[in-house]
Design a protein around this ligand. Sequence first.
Ligand code: NOJ
Length: 665
Amino acid sequence: MAASAAWAQQVVASATSPNGALAVEVQLDPMGKLGYDVKRKGKEVIGLSRLGFNLANAHKLDGGFSVRDSRTSEHDDTWEQPWGERRYVRNHYRELRVEVEQKNRDKRGLVVVFRIYDDGVGFRYEFPSQPQLKDVEITDELTEFVVAQPATAWWIPAGELPGLEELVQKAPLKEIGTANTPLTVRLDDGTHIAFHEAALVDYASMWLRKVEGQKLRAQLVPSSTGPAVVRHGAFTTPWRTMRIADDAAGLYMSDLELNLNEPNKLGDVSWVKPSKFVGVWWGMHLQQTTWNAGPKHGATTDNTKKYIDFAAQNGFRGVLVEGWNQGWESDWGHGGADFSFTKPYPDFDLPALSAYAQQKGVRLIGHHETGGNLVAYEKQMDAAYKLYAKYGVDSVKSGYVHEAGTMLFPGADGRPHYGNYDSQEGVRHFLKAVTEAARYKIAVDTHEPIKDTGLRRTYPNWLSREGARGVEYNAWGNPPNPVDHEAKLVFTRMLSGPMDYTPGVLSLVGADNKVFNSTQAKQLANFVVIYSPIVMAADIPENYAKYPKAFKFIKDVPTDWADTRVINGAVGEYVTMARKDRKSDGWYVGAVTDGNARTLPLPLSFLDKDKQYVAEIYRDGDAADYRNAHRFDLVVETKTVTAKDTLQLKLAPGGGQAIRIVPKK
Ligand code: NOJ
């Protein structure tokens, strides 16, 4: 029999956020089924939603519950990020801890802990150590999220072939299928909610399955060998999170998931360097060069030297080298078995190049493409990091190109098998790759990654990741990224954390002259709007030479911020962001729009009151339009400004604007 919201519910515990805006109630129904609801400013935003589990090795943890204990407490502190969108993060919440037990099932206990912030709610389950349930084999997590008012969703399907690289779709929430998170919804009254999770460790990733109406249920990513999650002894699940705000800007401003992660476990991480890089990369995607050896091999000693020189001349710290290692000849995207992570191709001289780079103040950025073959990769991982560490390579881009469901796992029993990259096994692997790298003081930028759940707080060497459609799709076409892509990403994917988006293709064309849905000014704005501490300026040096005026912004823009403000924004339409440099008094602004031209006001009230500044403005020209040759129309001009001024940012269709604001000398 299903629990029905119509049955008499009993509120067994409740608490509010520090300023009272958000309120959570925990309820039991007459069958002892557990549920919760969330109100914002007195109005229900999450209706009665169920909590519990189905298990494979024991009777379900659902129903028959009574409350053993419930407690509230408050926490308020501020912590410092080694790098990030802002330096200091306030962690202010009220905690509601509810312990329940199933009297008629050997008194098995379960704890639900809510942390209620003014800008969102996180909750997780704690499984205590208990002899009557030593091993926990979870087949289903019954957690629900019942969105209480009609809503629009921006979502990507879960479990589909390109993983997280689906186009973001807009639809009435009641019409979506099974979604990946972050899942962003806008209620009809304007309230925005983003559903996600925090601290995904040793547990299956959570998809959200639309059950009926606007009811979403957690769907744990299936394992191909057994229950979705298998744990022993006491453990906690990841946090289930809801950022809740008046508008899209408010969603981005929340630090909910970071706050719900554990503090830094790596200690001194001064070896993790936020920075910009270039690489023998776009040439490959343009099909001018190849990853594999041969007449068009990209990662040759000579070509890499050219990029090192270019990086040194223009102030880039890194040079990414893909295709340096043997094994690219096979069908690597679907196999990965032939990759060596320690044997360079004969025309790539790693020791000489690393010495050449270091002498010029540049570092090589390593590359491990695994093709999703963890059997081959895990065997070589230690030796691979060791090799890079020996040659001063302190950041590695990794790659897991494969189609969903076909990651090859070594298997706990030693028998390799295929499965989901975001299953519990996959989750373990991605974190292992990062913690092993940390042993060698190497930072990781994961492509085709597990989604970000804020683990960068705990492991700050997890610098960035891909996890959405990057600029490479514009090289390939079929189709290129749509004109509203960035305005969607900021309020969906980017809520989870940094993205290695590879911006800054000033030539605005991919392979075979496939055209970008962007003006040149928007390419510059993307450096501010799409956050990553490690950012590739993706275009080839020849193209940067053609556009020196625009290139100046790319050279100037930092990648590590003291503060971030979302000035305005609407999901999939536009966004304006201002970010303060960590190392200077400069501010950087980025604004992007969809296919519509717009004028966005930018009040400069974030600047110091008593200072004069120079604003270096990179804007769409009056005729600029992403649909024709005027996409290159870029005006660069300067203005003297103060905190009292409001600039009007005029964006072309598919356009953008980037501004560097520095104190006037
Ligand atoms: C896909 C990645 O996103 C891209 O950046 C990389 O060049 C290729 N895989 C090869 O590893």
